[in-house]
Structure formats: C-alpha cells, structure tokens
Design a protein around this ligand. Structure first.
Ligand SMILES: [Mg+2]
Length: 230
C-alpha cells in the first residue's frame, strides 16, 4: 500500500488528552471548597461517565455544544450531591486547568516530525473548535501540518462520512491513499475505513475482532514509523 497523505487524530493520539483531563479535574477539585467531602477520584469518575454520555448525545445532535458544556458540570455536581448551580465557575476553571496540562503522547512528537519529512500530513479532530484551535497554536500544528480539520467546523462529528469527505478533498488525494492514525475505534477506525481510508489504530485494546477492522494496530510510535519505513 502506498500512502500519499497521513492524517492524525489529535486527542489521545498526538496529545495526551486523558492525562490532561484528569490533572485538570484534580486541580479543580483542590481549588474549590465545594469538593471537600468528595475525593478527586470520585470527581474524575463521575465526570467521565457524565461527559461521555453528553458527548454521545452531542454527536447524535441531541444536545448543542452549549448544553454539553453546561450539562457535563451541572450533572456531575448533581450526581455528587453538590451545589449544581456552580457549574459555570467550575466549568470555566476546569478549561483553564486543563490547558495547563497539555502535552504530547510519549513518542508522538518525534514520530510526527519524522513523518512530516517524508509525507504530507494533516490533523483531523473532533472536539470544540475553540479548544482545538488553541492546541494547534500551542503545539505549532498550524505551521507544520498541511491541513487541519475540526469536525465542529464541518458541522458533523466523526465518524460521520462528511468529515472524512471534507478532509479527503483538502488532502487532494484519493481516499485509499490516505492513512489515518487514531485511537478511537468508533470515530477513527470505523469512520475512516468506511470511507475507504487506511487506518492505523493506536490502542492497548486486545480484542482480535476489532483488530481485524484496522489496517494496522500499534501501541508504540516506533511501530508506526516502521510501517511508514522511517
Ligand atoms: Mg482521539
């Protein structure tokens, strides 16, 4: 297979979103007296459940972005038995704390820059446009990548085919010459392969049935470099 363009997912592929999220929530927990009777682990746990439910509803267009941003903190506070009317200050503080903890996934920065020397590269990400744009700036991705696609700007989220169609047009190559590197099975592996892209799945997941759906599975960026003969 000859790849003519490499697209990367952003969160939990190039950048370690999960750790930044947990560290940001830990800061929020420590900065508000509101949380004195719950542990940081409880807050993180409940937030994860609420947030993933809200993102699912958002991707099905059942809640708006504003509702998602509000609900994920309002419902978390509610479920913890705390004063839910403070969702806005908690949510705003979280976004500031979250930003302080952004960093590359282990090995991703080196791989990204080495791949850039050999292939045209793009970024394709779900997530809030405003937040993702700040990540592009903070990690110099606007300058280094040839294309940057945020699904919110397209109007639908991965795995919707319109996102992949738009990204393919911007890349200017055929869909079967694109390799997508991503960590999400539903958004990246299923979404990408359905559109005819090749997908390298970055995961620790051990389910063979799921592995079969991806063209390549890896959990260390050195293996991705080998695939790309770097
Ligand atoms: Mg991801």
């Amino acid at each position: 297979m000859s790849y003519e363009f490499i697209y990367f997912d952003l969160d939990d592929t190039l950048l370690d979103h999960k750790s930044a999220e947990a560290a940001g929530l830990k800061d929020v927990h420590d900065d508000f007296d509101l949380f004195e009777d719950v542990s940081a682990e409880q807050l993180i746990d409940v937030y994860h459940q609420v947030n993933s439910r809200q993102w699912r509803l958002y991707s099905q267009a059942k809640v708006s972005r504003e509702e998602l941003q509000r609900n994920r903190f309002e419902l978390t506070l509610q479920e913890l038995g705390l004063n839910a009317s403070r969702y806005e200050e908690v949510g705003n503080h979280y976004m500031q704390c979250y930003r302080n903890h952004w960093q590359w996934v282990d090995g991703a920065k080196e791989a990204y820059y080495e791949i850039l020397e050999k292939y045209p590269v793009g970024i394709l990400t779900n997530g809030f446009a405003e937040t993702q744009r700040k990540k592009f700036e903070a990690f110099d991705l606007y300058n280094s990548a040839q294309t940057t696609v945020i699904s919110e700007e397209v109007g639908v989220l991965k795995p919707h085919p319109d996102v992949f169609s738009h990204a393919t047009e911007l890349a200017g190559v055929n869909s079967n010459n694109i390799l997508y590197v991503g960590d999400s099975f539903s958004s990246d592996v299923e979404g990408g392969t359905k559109f005819g892209w090749n997908v390298a799945w970055f995961t620790e997941n051990g389910e063979p049935e799921k592995h079969k759906k991806a063209d390549f599975v890896f959990n260390n960026f050195i293996d991705l470099k080998h695939l790309l003969k770097i």
